[in-house]
Design a protein around this ligand. Structure first.
Ligand code: ZN
Length: 374
């Protein structure tokens, strides 16, 4: 039904001259040549161990063969070819650039300095004209950084900016990640809270208009800031651009059956956003919990030891109920070998550390506090 194209993107070079490449799949549906047709960008595996998004992209490609849709869908598995090959023993590392130590998902770019002048220039333009010009401007910023910068870029910036350049062509951006050992959860801009209900995901973190280097922020903060700047000038325009980080569960796992459910969840969202034509995808009935980013807390271990993770994901945990049991064999016989750790208020556990041995200060759990039903 749709047209299928495959590209290979050159992301960089290794010392030996070997090329770092990434496959890029383009699906063109109805009216894809029209400037107002929807454009969707989906990438996976920016963090090396977070591989399940590649399986979700496989299932999306399979399912979309038989689905009628408008516009264009771009799919990028293995988005970071350095991280997904970064092994140590039996584990994939790939969360931080091993050269600089920077998190691979904190290297995208956004500087809002150009937006007031842009709004002056387009103050009386039609919405579509503004959108087209703004997308071009965002892409041009990335091109300038990639091609007209004599001091060069770090390996991670070069990868991130090439991905971001593609993402800036889109109206909808999904960055597929996973936690370490984790429930499914969604990072959603506060203004798009309504859309979190279209995904079959029980936990949503609502994030403000603050850029901290991640792909979702790099692609929604510009539009949010643009909208605010127009509002300051007395013009209310809703650009309807949305970006999410979709956390698919645990790292180091490929499960094609679960990937099909996750692909269906994404298609349900795309149906609600009218990218799909005449589809019958309906969001599943489930209790969806949300909290604001400021209330999404990491619980750091007050002690070293061997951990039994007790708290289940997605079930409210009462104040005083233990999150973990910690074994300290060095204390056996002359002290406490078993320690229970709890918090003095109700929380909703979302993910925990991947290893059973922890140092003092290891991030044991991440939990929702002050959570509410969406
Ligand atoms: Zn990640």
């Amino acid at each position: 039904m749709c047209q299928f194209f495959k590209d290979v993107l050159h992301m960089g070079e290794l010392a030996s001259g070997a090329k770092l490449t990434v496959p890029v799949y383009h699906l063109k549906g109805r009216n894809s040549h029209k400037p107002n047709s929807p454009k969707v960008y989906i990438q996976a595996n920016m963090h090396g161990a977070e591989v399940q998004g590649n399986a979700v992209i496989f299932q999306l490609l399979e399912l979309l063969k038989d689905i009628d849709f408008q516009g264009e869908i771009t799919l990028v598995p293995y988005a970071n070819p350095v991280a997904c090959n970064h092994k140590n023993g039996e584990y994939t590392l790939g969360r931080f650039d091993p050269i600089t130590g920077v998190n691979w998902n904190r290297m995208y770019h956004f500087d809002d300095g150009f937006i007031p002048e842009f709004v002056q220039q387009y103050s009386d333009s039609h919405k579509l004209e503004i959108e087209t010009a703004f997308k071009q401007k965002l892409q041009q910023i990335m091109i300038d950084k990639l091609e007209h910068n004599q001091y060069g870029l770090t390996t991670g910036q070069r990868i991130a900016y090439q991905l971001q350049k593609m993402a800036h062509q889109a109206d909808i951006v999904l960055d597929l990640h996973t936690g370490p050992i984790s429930s499914k959860h969604l990072y959603c801009p506060e203004y798009a809270q309504q859309s979190a209900r279209y995904f079959n995901i029980e936990h949503t973190i609502l994030i403000p208009n603050v850029f901290d280097g991640a792909m979702d922020e790099a692609t929604f903060c510009p539009w949010w800031t643009l909208q605010n700047e127009f509002a300051k000038q007395g013009r209310n325009i809703h650009f309807n651009k949305e970006s999410f980080t979709v956390e698919l569960g645990s790292q180091e796992q490929i499960d094609l059956a679960v990937a099909k459910q996750d692909a269906t969840s994404i298609l349900t969202y795309l149906a609600a956003k009218q990218v799909l034509v005449n589809s019958d995808f309906v969001p599943e009935n489930m209790t969806r919990y949300a909290c604001y980013l400021k209330d999404y807390k990491a619980f750091y271990s007050p002690m070293g030891g061997m951990v039994d993770y007790l708290a289940e994901f997605g079930k409210p945990l009462a104040a005083g109920e233990p999150l973990v049991k910690i074994l300290r064999m060095d204390n056996y016989g002359d002290g406490d070998a078993i320690h229970y750790l709890s918090l003095d208020h109700e929380v909703l556990p979302i993910l925990h550390f991947a290893s059973a041995s922890v140092n003092q200060g290891t991030e044991l759990y991440k939990v929702f506090t002050n959570f509410f039903k969406l």
